[in-house]
Design a protein around this ligand. Structure first.
Ligand code: S3P
Ligand code: PEP
Length: 449
């Protein structure tokens, strides 16, 4: 079989078109690949390294735009962070409570994780004044979900639209501990409050309606924080006036990035692909469960634990997928994989229902509206629901002109759909992939045979 013709065209305004032309005889995905470091773990390793005492060595950090935004902000707060261009990144921590007051606005770029987690740390630094902002997308994303609980802890935060949108201004305070019952299962909300609790006297607790990713809990413990977890109630308590100590962190591959290849190899006939060294933390493996419900052939090999996180190699072979329903408590465990799961559903037999995922509307883009529009542009049958999508699979997808809407996960999901669409697909603003997966196109070229 001949490989797809894959080209990246850079426009005058620096925006990129990713053009994918599937050969008439089809193609398949083969080989052994690695995906870049986990984004959630990368942010946390940089942040905890910055507020710890001593040096933190991070191996396999994601060298994408989002962790670069985190590094940029924490350098401005006083941490020494080595260049983000090698296998090892070193962070010289400044110790908890020791941020310097930056002379300029802290810019979190496109990264919700950076701004929301950092807010917890900034608000709990008495006597310092901070301002934070982000790009067009981030300035439209809701911040009240973290501002409100921080205000309950006595934080002083101001911003547009009733303190709900960045730019935000923060006057650091000595905070008081609370027990926060979060209305949403969000690791960013949970982590923000726990980080604020680190520098607050007493015990701060967060209870969430369903379990969200627990990387903060695992890493906080590894760095020396005192944490108690009640799995019955999805509650985490952190003891304040903590002392953290620099650690060695080895970042596993990001399952959210691996998900593109899991779906690609499942839907493209004749594929047999191994994605090595993928983080398989149970709070992140909803995508494996959803694909298994759809009849995907994915095997976990070489399972092991690396610096407190479970890791495995994932072997995926193509199979005829069938529809399923994705809803309820699984949603927070696969929230970022819903765009690529929508692609899987477009090639599955039957009608897939995705519900309880209204959170998708407040990500980098409105991922429900954008995914439905863009897949329908290629001939799919996707209907928007207020909190999800209904996708009837089995129609033949045809190459079209589509747009990432500057959302990394949308751009990459559409590229995978293009592998199984006839003719040529052009994905506009494909450069968005660099947020979480800088060498996505290179790997695409490498695996297509
Ligand atoms: O804590 C994290 O690292 C993340 C939590 C999730 O967001 P929410 O907390 O808003 O669900 C996820 O969508 C995001 O990509 C990363
Ligand atoms: C939602 C995402 O990230 P963040 O909230 O950190 O911008 C994502 O990576 O899909």
């Amino acid at each position: 079989m001949s490989a797809a013709v894959i080209t990246l065209e850079t426009q005058e305004n620096a925006s990129q078109n990713l053009i994918i032309q599937r050969p008439p005889a089809g193609l398949s995905l083969q080989g052994r690949i690695r995906v870049p470091g986990d984004k959630s773990i990368s942010h946390r390793a940089l942040m905890l390294g910055a507020i710890a005492e001593g040096e933190t060595e991070i191996q396999g950090l994601l060298l994408g735009e989002d962790p670069r935004s985190t590094a940029h902000c924490f350098r401005a707060l006083g941490a020494e962070i080595s260049e983000l261009n090698t296998e090892f990144v070193r962070v010289k921590g400044i110790g908890l409570g020791n941020f310097q007051e930056p002379v300029d606005v802290l810019n979190a770029g496109n990264s919700g994780t950076t701004i929301r987690l950092m807010l917890g740390l900034l608000a709990s630094h008495p006597g310092r004044f901070f301002t934070v902002t982000g790009d067009d997308s981030l300035r439209s994303r809701p911040m009240s979900r973290v501002v409100k609980p921080l205000q309950q802890m006595a934080a002083e935060i101001w911003g547009r639209k009733g303190n709900s949108l960045a730019p935000l201004a923060i006057q650091g305070q000595a905070l008081k501990p609370i027990h926060y019952h979060s209305p949403i299962a969000s690791a960013q909300v949970k982590s923000c409050i726990l980080l604020a609790g680190l520098n607050t006297e007493g015990q701060t607790t967060v209870t969430e309606p369903a379990l969200s990713r627990d990387h903060s809990e695992r890493m906080l413990r590894a760095f020396g924080a005192e944490l108690s977890i009640d799995p019955e109630t999805n509650s985490v308590t952190v003891t304040g006036n903590a002392k953290l100590y620099g650690q060695k962190v080895i970042v596993p591959g990001d399952i959210s990035s691996a998900a593109f290849w899991l779906v690609a190899a499942s839907i493209v006939p004749g594929s047999d692909l191994v994605v090595e060294n993928v983080g398989v933390n149970p709070t992140r493996t909803g995508v494996l469960e959803a694909l298994s419900m759809m009849g995907a052939d994915i095997q976990l090999e070489n399972q092991r634990e690396v610096t407190g996180e479970p890791v495995a190699d994932l072997r995926v072979r193509s199979s005829q997928l069938k529809s399923c329903t994705i809803a309820g408590d699984i949603i927070p465990r696969l929230i970022d994989e819903i765009p690529i799961l929508a692609v899987a559903a477009a090639f599955a037999q039957g009608t897939t229902i995705i519900r309880d995922a209204a959170e998708l509307r407040v990500k980098e883009s409105d991922r429900i509206t954008v995914m439905a529009q863009q897949l329908n542009q290629m001939g799919a049958k996707v209907t928007e629901l207020p909190d999800g999508m209904e996708i009837t699979g089995g129609t033949t997808l045809v190459g079209a002109s589509v747009d990432s809407h500057t959302d990394h996960r949308i751009g990459m999901s559409l590229a995978i759909a293009a592998l199984n669409a006839s003719g040529t697909t052009t994905i506009h603003r494909a450069e968005a992939a660099a947020i979480s997966y800088p060498n996505f196109t290179n790997t695409l070229v490498e695996v297509c045979r």
